[in-house]
Design a protein around this ligand. Structure first.
Ligand SMILES: NC(=O)c1ccc[n+]([C@@H]2O[C@H](COP(=O)([O-])OP(=O)(O)OC[C@H]3O[C@@H](n4cnc5c(N)ncnc54)[C@H](OP(=O)(O)O)[C@@H]3O)[C@@H](O)[C@H]2O)c1
Length: 221
């Protein structure tokens, strides 16, 4: 199987780097994106060192714009507050590609309260900012970064995948499987506000139960 090269924009952060490690271990060539090329290269080196003994993978690093331009598939994993500015830098590189948004709009200080941005959801706003050339799907919003870098850890959470484009949604479902989880088609991108909002609910559950990685399961499927 030939795996598409995945650019993880904001892949120096906990969520993006944890997912990138799992995808790399599954065979996807990875490009870590950062505002700083040096930080991206260093993060890529750190991830390569975390691969199980004897396992090699193509993990490189570059600026966000260069990483997006060089990839087949772009994953957006930056804070919501910086999303619009980052998209400005990667828009050209995302043209004609599937873009998977991991972004959760949270409004500090009440990050355990659901907050929906003016555009309905971060993913819908990303689609509007990227234009019709890129096709956005939303996924991984409910996956805590906590255990992602422990490749033996079974993440007890399903992944709701939303999107209006079949290929982008399939790309996200494939990434879910590669990361060792079950992806579920949860309908159009207009539904992404619910999966993004669920993260605020899970943060509250984590706080009240003094845990770090509560998750969701869809039953009966
Ligand atoms: N952490 C979780 O458990 C989790 C779970 C589900 C979803 N998410 C969502 O996934 C996304 C990434 O989460 P994260 O925890 O990895 O976030 P993060 O560590 O705060 O940020 C990820 C990366 O984004 C870049 N960044 C940070 N602040 C920025 C700014 N003001 N302007 C531009 N770029 C900035 C940084 O990369 P450079 O400095 O290298 O450019 C950073 O390493 C967020 O939207 C988050 O809500 C997180």
């Amino acid at each position: 199987m030939t795996y598409p090269t995945v650019a993880v924009i904001g892949g120096t952060g906990e969520e993006g780097s944890g997912l990138a490690l799992r995808w790399a271990a599954a065979g996807y060539p990875i490009l870590i994106g950062s505002r700083s090329r040096e930080r991206a290269v260093a993060a890529a080196e750190t991830l390569r060192a975390l691969l199980p003994d004897g396992r090699s993978a193509r993990i490189g690093g570059d600026s966000n714009a260069e990483a997006a331009a060089a990839a087949d598939l772009v994953v957006l994993s930056v804070p919501y507050s910086s999303q619009a500015g980052i998209i400005e830098q990667i828009r050209a590189g995302c043209e004609g590609k599937p873009v998977v948004s991991v972004v959760v709009p949270l409004k500090p200080p009440r990050v355990s309260h659901v907050w929906r941005p003016a555009g309905g959801s971060a993913a819908e706003e990303a689609q509007a900012l990227l234009g019709n050339g890129a096709r956005v799907a939303a996924a991984f919003q409910n996956i805590s970064a906590t255990h992602l870098k422990d490749l033996d850890h079974v993440v007890d959470c399903d992944i709701l995948v939303t999107g209006d484009d079949k290929e982008a949604k399939q790309a996200a479902l494939d990434l879910a499987e590669a990361a060792g989880m079950r992806g579920i088609d949860a309908g159009p991108l207009a539904n992404s506000g619910v999966s993004e909002g669920l993260t605020a609910v899970l943060i509250g559950i984590n706080i009240r139960n003094k845990v770090k990685g509560s998750g969701i399961r869809i039953t009966g499927v």
